[in-house]
Design a protein around this ligand. Structure first.
Ligand code: ADP
Length: 301
């Protein structure tokens, strides 16, 4: 097959592992920077151009889209879909998963466990909102944050009010969330491909920190999931409409709660912690499922 990888960083671990795995399995593979793709939007023969010429036809495309370029890169992916190229994750599902509020609403509608979460637009409504999510301690999150940036633990109502006040002064969109203290600064990252968790790692925050992100100094080890955690991860990925995802789960005393469903999960941490060839499994999934025009949305959504 001819596989394209939409990525701005050919040297990044995940991208280079996917290239390596595709080659190993006998495929042709090319990394394409989504920000350098340009296109004509026409009902006759949609095209994508790259570095001055029309891009060759791929059988499948693997989107590795960074949060900061979601808008343009999903438009590029949509164009591939319009041309009938099979996307590992569809543009609509990626855009959906990038909207934290929308994701939480979709997950809750399907009965997936979530931390109690609140959001409000107006500062005057914050007092009641804090009560609504059960009071302090609580976690305050910037909607645009990634890698644990903009995730703050407020131990008291006073602290919560001043953080919320500061964020709203900056016109930042935030949500507030029940603090799952019993998770003990650890979460489970579940790598889901299709309807299976193919690898799982337990991430633990460094001392004095509650965020377990590896970028925040957290450490990772092989994770052993309970059947219900496995089920939750697969269900969450499915609700978002993703073929591959990284589902973050906290162990709360009301069962597993989903924090986030990531549509471009990094492979370095999980391959290192579990010793599994996740990149190989991604390519294997594509071999089984890629067919021309096989997008549920046909790029329309
Ligand atoms: P990001 O998307 O920026 O990684 P997350 O919402 O995943 O932000 O939060 C980062 C980390 O903070 C999580 O991996 C988890 O360890 C911790 N965390 C986030 N929300 C909560 C919560 N409600 N209760 C306890 N810990 C949390």
């Amino acid at each position: 097959m001819k596989i394209g990888i939409l990525s701005r960083g050919p040297k990044l671990y995940s991208t280079s592992r996917l290239v390596e795995a595709a080659k190993q399995r006998g495929h042709e593979v090319r990394v394409v920077n989504p920000l350098r793709c340009y296109m004509n939007i026409t009902s006759q023969k949609p095209e994508i151009h790259y570095q001055g010429v029309e891009l060759e036809r791929f059988d499948a495309i693997i989107p590795r889209i960074g949060a900061s370029v979601t808008f343009y890169a999903t438009a590029v992916l949509r164009q591939f879909e319009m041309m009938g190229v099979y996307p590992l994750n569809e543009s609509v599902a990626i855009a959906r998963s990038r909207d934290k509020l929308r994701s939480l609403q979709l997950l809750s509608r399907k009965g997936i466990g979530l931390p109690v979460t609140g959001f409000a637009h107006h500062a005057d409504d914050i007092d009641d909102l804090i009560t609504l999510v059960g009071g302090a301690p609580l976690v305050i999150k910037l909607l645009e944050g990634t890698q644990g940036k903009g995730v703050v633990l407020a131990e008291t109502k006073k602290a919560a009010e001043s953080v919320i006040d500061a964020f709203s002064g900056l016109r930042a969109n935030i949500l507030i969330q029940e603090f799952i203290k019993e998770a003990g600064g650890a979460d489970m990252r579940c790598l889901v491909i299709g309807d299976k968790v193919v690898a799982a790692m337990k991430r633990t925050a460094k001392d004095g920190e509650f965020r377990s992100n590896l970028h925040r100094g957290g450490s990772a080890e092989l994770g052993k999931l309970t059947p219900i955690e496995r089920q939750t991860a697969v269900h969450a990925s499915k609700v978002m409409g993703l073929n591959i995802s990284g589902v973050d789960i906290l162990r709360s005393n009301h069962g597993p709660v989903v924090l986030e469903v990531n549509s471009s999960p990094g492979l370095e941490g999980i391959e290192t912690a579990t010793g599994k060839d996740v990149a190989g499994m991604v390519i294997e999934f594509i071999e089984k499922h890629a067919k021309q025009g096989r997008t549920r949305t046909k790029g329309k959504g």
